[in-house]
Design a protein around this ligand. Structure first.
Ligand SMILES: NC(=O)C1=CN([C@@H]2O[C@H](COP(=O)(O)OP(=O)(O)OC[C@H]3O[C@@H](n4cnc5c(N)ncnc54)[C@H](OP(=O)(O)O)[C@@H]3O)[C@@H](O)[C@H]2O)C=CC1
Ligand SMILES: [Mg+2]
Length: 350
């Protein structure tokens, strides 16, 4: 960059800075922390840490609610010393966001193997006693938390999981090194950069105009039905993936679709769920279930689905055989709710 450009850019950023919204300054701050290891390390001094053990987040119960506690760097250093872990381990933490006041948030897993030894570490139950909480499996934890914490912990777990599985370069076999924020890993021998990945998944609520199609896999909890989902194949567009998955799983052809929303889903590995509504060709509603993919599929009336949505405790429904729907947090629930409120959602040709 020339000196002139440097001055011009600095001046420009000075004037425009005052005009930037809170959201934009926050996004730029996080971008800086990902790009600059020193800035990220500095942000840890005033930051807050969420703790995990073997990918299970630490939760504390207050009254009838669970919450994810935050720890300052000082508290964390004290805890690590008490647990018999090296404070060097803080370098394993990953950046997961920041407050509007630019307090950076990090996540650290106390149970996963790391570059710093944990052989001398206390066991999980003793840590839980000291932390006055419990490490809860994420699938259970998500449904106990408010939306903000659920989203933050799901990002954190996905990132920690990715780092845990990408410790070595797939070309050289050498250990890879994470940057301070944890937004990438680099192989020191050949400089290959690895970025965290998500697999795109389409999830489609198919309708015939009056009914919607719900299906279940044998691995689902008993009685739960959901919209059709499937991983995108390489080279496919969103529209092609929807069309193929519906054809593969229930033997129907969709002719119109409408994008609804998307969601990061951490199970079993990070997916980007892309939710759509679609309609089948008129008169072509005979389902042929692909039993290698699904256990059952069927058409459900507007009334049946609206009633199922109103049931708020699915577990009590299992006994009497009624079907139930994915919990509110899942995008499948949002998609089904949208259809109940507005059954003619699908407008675009597939
Ligand atoms: N948030 C939500 O509301 C919902 C989320 N989902 C999520 O959507 C995802 C996909 O749904 P599902 O119906 O199971 O998918 P598919 O219909 O594509 O079938 C799953 C099969 O795809 C194979 N597979 C696994 N990972 C990948 C990958 N990264 N790329 C390509 N193929 C893969 C596996 O086959 P094999 O084992 O033979 O290798 C797996 O059994 C699931 O992870 C599920 O958790 C689903 C419904 C609702
Ligand atoms: Mg599927």
């Amino acid at each position: 960059m020339s000196l002139y450009c440097g001055i011009a850019c600095r001046r420009k950023s000075f004037w425009s800075y005052r005009l930037l919204s809170t959201y934009v300054t926050k996004s730029r701050y996080l971008f800086e922390l990902k790009e600059d290891d020193d800035a990220c390390k500095k942000a840890q001094q005033t930051g807050a840490f969420y703790l995990f053990h073997s990918l299970a987040p630490l939760l504390q119960k207050s009254e009838h609610q669970y919450q994810a506690p935050q720890h300052s760097l000082l508290e964390l250093e004290r805890l690590l010393a008490k647990f018999g872990q090296d404070t060097q381990r803080i370098e394993d933490s990953v950046l997961i966001g920041c407050s509007e006041q630019h307090e950076a948030w990090f996540a650290l897993d106390l149970g996963l193997n790391s570059s710093s030894s944990i052989n001398a570490s206390l066991q999980k139950p003793e840590m839980e006693t000291e932390l006055k909480g419990s490490f809860m499996e994420l699938r259970k934890a998500l449904f106990q938390l408010n939306t903000k914490d659920a989203s933050l912990l799901s990002t954190a777990q996905a990132l920690l999981h990715w780092h845990d599985g990408h410790q070595f370069c797939s070309r050289s076999g050498q250990p890879t090194k994470k940057n301070m924020a944890g937004s990438k890993r680099v192989c020191p021998s050949n400089k290959i950069i690895y970025y965290p990945q998500m697999a795109p998944v389409v999830i489609t609520l198919v309708s015939d105009g009056t009914r919607c199609l719900l299906a279940r896999q044998s691995s689902f909890p008993k009685g739960m039905y959901s919209a059709l989902a499937g991983f995108c194949d390489i080279g496919e567009s969103l529209e092609e993936a929807v069309r193929r998955e519906v054809a593969e799983e229930v033997g129907l052809e969709v002719e119109r679709l409408q994008y609804s929303a998307s969601q990061h889903w951490p199970f079993p590995n990070s997916s980007l769920m892309i939710a759509c509504h679609a309609t089948v060709k008129s008169g072509q509603t005979e389902i042929q279930v692909n039993l290698r993919e699904l256990e059952a599929a069927g058409w459900f009336s507007h009334d049946e689905v609206a009633t199922a949505l109103r049931r708020n405790n699915p577990y009590t429904q299992q006994q009497n055989g009624t079907f139930w729907l994915p919990p509110k947090l899942a995008i499948a629930h949002q998609l089904i709710k949208e259809w109940v409120e507005k059954p003619n959602c699908s407008t675009l040709p597939a």
